[in-house]
Design a protein around this ligand. Sequence first.
Ligand SMILES: C[S@@+](CC[C@H](N)C(=O)[O-])C[C@H]1O[C@@H](n2cnc3c(N)ncnc32)[C@H](O)[C@@H]1O
Ligand code: SF4
Ligand code: SF4
Length: 385
Amino acid sequence: MFYLNNYHIDILTRNVPCPIRLNVELTTNCNLKCVMCRGSQNYVEGNKAGRHLTVEDFARILNGIDLNRLKVLNLAGSAESLLNPDILPILALCRENKIIVELITNGMLLTPQISKQLIGYSSEIHVSFGGSRRETFEAIRQGADFELICKNIKTLSKLKKENNQRYPQIWINPILMKRNIQELPEVIALAKELDCHGVACSHLIVDSPELIRESLFFHKQEANHYLQKAEEVAKRDQISFVRPAYFSQESDDDGKRETIEAWKTCRFLWNYAILGVEGLIPCSGSGDLKLDCDGNVIRNKFMDIWNNGWYAGMRYKLLTGNPPQCCINCTDPSVKDPNHIGSYFKEEVFSDAFDYAKKELTRSQKGEFDQRECSVLSSNEHISG
Ligand SMILES: C[S@@+](CC[C@H](N)C(=O)[O-])C[C@H]1O[C@@H](n2cnc3c(N)ncnc32)[C@H](O)[C@@H]1O
Ligand code: SF4
Ligand code: SF4
């Protein structure tokens, strides 16, 4: 049993230290149109439009936060950070301030010049991947050049070796779906060839109706089969492999949204902040959660917003077990149940996905689904070597 007085509550709600992890969106532009990504709507020919964080504004943000507390600066956002015209001075500023950078990139602009700025000062670089074959890769990550991305990764690995550095760890990150799952074991082999540390894969989250059938939730046997093959290759090649949990046969497809109480393990509000180009975004667990104030950390001090009435009120609600509705419905991917249909589809396509699930289940009961799955499995057995 815990007993909290007003002094304790004040410390936990309005005197919270600077977060240890900060995600910063450096640009709203993207140079690819990946089929599964809303960021593809940010595609801008020639990088002319859109918004970028300038190095001056980045310096202002750093001035407003406690750099002794901040452990990781994550550069991912919902676009392509390396398109920011100030990327080199921004990385140089991170180096000067000894800030560890974690980068998630599509790899197209991971030039030797940028790689050199990251060596020794970045913990991890994740290069998002489509598949092990050029055709699959470029069909998913539209506008990408498979050969160039592999070459960029290889150059980064080489520079790391030449500089005798263990960091950054280089990871390849495929988003798993029906059209690329068969290539996962080969992606691991390719990671070895490119001298990467590991492969970190995750499932496709579907937010448009045309991708519903791409979800591996409808291809559980096949997904488990290739995850297992990939695991074997990873072991053989000594590649770190981060994968989603295996599907269980009893995967829950009851048509209800998840009821996991994600708010009880909320990783935002106390530890983790997201800075969009427009300002502070409270979390990635709910699109409905909006600050009730100006969240622009260039006009306002970060710590003033971080400990304002809105944040204090939200923290109080979670600590006292009275979360608002958006936290009850939290969709933070870090707390999702991998065997639940609700983990794979955004709210807007969920009812279509559920209808599709019912149809697939009927086919499966009639035997059609299983047969088709099995024929896919046997026609791909060669991959296991
Ligand atoms: C939005 S991107 C931004 C960073 C960079 N542009 C990139 O592609 O790595 C961040 C990650 O989200 C992944 N992603 C995009 N759409 C997704 C979806 N519908 N489901 C799961 N992951 C997705 C991308 O593959 C990428 O690894
Ligand atoms: S490169 Fe990244 S942000 Fe751009 S469309 Fe692809 S996944 Fe989305
Ligand atoms: S919706 Fe609520 S519980 Fe979920 S991440 Fe956001 S603040 Fe935390």
